[in-house]
Design a protein around this ligand. Structure first.
Ligand SMILES: Cc1cc2nc3c(=O)[nH]c(=O)nc-3n(C[C@H](O)[C@H](O)[C@H](O)COP(=O)(O)OP(=O)(O)OC[C@H]3O[C@@H](n4cnc5c(N)ncnc54)[C@H](O)[C@@H]3O)c2cc1C
Length: 329
């Protein structure tokens, strides 16, 4: 099977799930990485190192800013001439948008957020969670190429082999945009908990420590700083429940759950989070869940592999100290 893998990036900062898509494509057969943008040689080099058999670069100043129309038209042109069986994308807002536009041009369909693929004869069957993960849907696409997006951390990342090289093929961009990007301004949502391997997450409990003699907001500030220290030590990010976000203790970019981000880190440490279903749907696919909560009956413990019943203000610093010792820091 010949698979195109679109390497998604923002200003040359690659979405790590692009490499996971590359590893998945390799397991199906020949894998061609597509790199669109401007000054993308480094990305092409990385694509070879992550295992691409071929790399097609579409390097044009007109593609420096992502815009759906030229990206979709360029992809359509490449897919029309090379006729891949499958096109894989990491799921991002960008890929959802232009994959759908290109699928219309190519008269095929897009399967989004696919968590598993299997072959049934020569047909690719995709499994994806729907209804907040309560139901797994199996879907096939009768159009060709099949187009599919995969969520971050659903498939293993291939090993990077430094120095593995190849010659990238250059292709032309199709520049037919009606939109022009006029500039960017960074916001707090620059935090991307979706890619973190470790998440230390805080809930309303982070605002509850009467012994400090502070109001809830001040307590939460100290509490989240404490969680941040543990997260930084473990090379991870800080997550939060909606109660913590609604309380103004941390910004929405950190929220995990039905109306926040769906995450699947290797380790999720839930601190002072009760485990409401709307939170659980956002983190229950984590590989290892540890819960710290004062209430032994908190529902979060049903989801956790390890549970610690106690005050997070005592347990989190103790855990941080123990980890520092273990890591020799
Ligand atoms: C449509 C809809 C969408 C929603 N979307 C989301 C979503 O995306 N994400 C989300 O998280 N929620 C979401 N919610 C809200 C959800 O139902 C819960 O209200 C919320 O998850 C509760 O957050 P919490 O666990 O932090 O707070 P609580 O339920 O109040 O739990 C706090 C926990 O902290 C413990 N605790 C208190 N003090 C300490 C301490 N010092 N040490 C240790 N433990 C302590 C308590 O025992 C308790 O279990 C949504 C709700 C609705 C209706």
């Amino acid at each position: 099977m010949k698979t195109f893998v679109y390497i998604d990036h923002f200003k040359n900062d690659v979405q790590p799930a692009s490499w996971e898509a590359l590893g998945l494509a390799k397991s199906f057969g020949t894998c061609v990485a597509l790199v669109f943008g401007s000054d993308t040689d480094e990305i092409a080099k990385a694509a070879f190192e992550y295992g691409a058999d071929e790399v097609v670069i579409v390097d044009d100043p007109a593609l420096a800013d992502y815009r759906a129309e030229p990206y979709a038209s360029t992809l359509t042109a490449l897919a029309t001439s090379a006729a891949p069986d499958l096109i894989l994308f990491p799921t991002t807002a960008r890929t959802r948008e232009f994959a759908a536009m290109s699928a219309v041009d190519l008269n095929t369909g897009v399967l989004t957020d696919v968590a598993k693929f299997e072959m049934n004869g020569d047909q690719l069957v995709a499994t994806r969670p729907i209804y907040e993960g309560k139901v797994l849907e199996k879907t096939v696409c009768s159009g060709k190429p099949v187009m599919a997006t995969i969520p971050a951390r659903a498939f293993p990342k291939p090993e990077r082999v430094a120095g593995k090289a190849g010659t990238a093929i250059k292709a032309e961009a199709k520049i037919d945009a009606l939109t022009t990007v006029q500039g960017y301004a960074a916001t707090e949502s620059a935090v991307n908990i979706g890619d973190a391997a470790v998440i230390v997450s805080g809930g309303r409990g982070v605002s509850n420590n009467p012994a400090l003699g502070l109001d809830e907001a001040e307590t939460a500030k100290k509490g989240f700083a404490m969680l941040g220290e543990l997260a930084a030590l473990l090379g991870g990010a800080v997550g939060a429940s909606r109660a913590a976000v609604d309380g103004g203790y941390i910004t929405y970019a950190h929220q995990v759950g039905q109306t926040g981000k769906v995450v699947a880190p290797d380790l999720y440490i839930a601190c002072g989070i009760s485990g409401a279903i709307q939170h659980l749907v956002g983190m229950r696919n984590s590989k290892l869940i540890v819960a710290i909560n004062k209430d032994a009956d908190a529902p979060v413990f049903n989801q956790a592999r390890y549970g610690v019943v106690g005050d997070l203000f005592a347990i989190v610093p103790a855990l941080t100290e123990a980890m520092k010792k273990k890591m020799g820091k």
